[in-house]
Design a protein around this ligand. Structure first.
Ligand code: FES
Length: 108
């Protein structure tokens, strides 16, 4: 099994931040504001309706790559921007396990 990677850095990223009820209660407004501080011609930030992952919110989805992050806080945002969007490496401790199951070989 290969480990998840965002190795391909596209010309533009789309970061979708759920701003619906459960995520909003969990602090998604602060997450959205934090991502908007990093908005640029190469990083587009958009709020979204419910993405169906309410119990694990705030939910953030990054395209291309179809990367799902869960329980994201505003404090996580600089790391996601630097490590994933600029560095091409996923932020593993915030990956949503439903879409990115842990790689057992990575724990050896
Ligand atoms: S309210 Fe955010 S995923 Fe459902």
């Amino acid at each position: 099994m290969t480990t998840p990677s965002a190795a391909v850095c596209p010309k533009r990223w789309l970061v979708q931040v759920c701003h619906h009820r459960s995520c909003d209660r969990g602090g998604s407004a602060a997450v959205l504001a934090a991502f908007r501080e990093h908005q640029s011609p190469t990083i587009l930030v958009a709020e979204s309706d419910c993405m169906g992952q309410c119990s694990a919110g705030p939910t953030v989805k990054v395209m291309p790559g179809n990367t799902w992050y869960c329980q994201v806080t505003a404090e996580d945002v600089p790391r996601i921007v630097e490590q994933h969007l600029h560095g091409g490496e996923l932020v593993r401790d915030r990956l949503h396990p439903r879409f990115h199951p842990p790689d057992p070989s990575a724990e050896r």
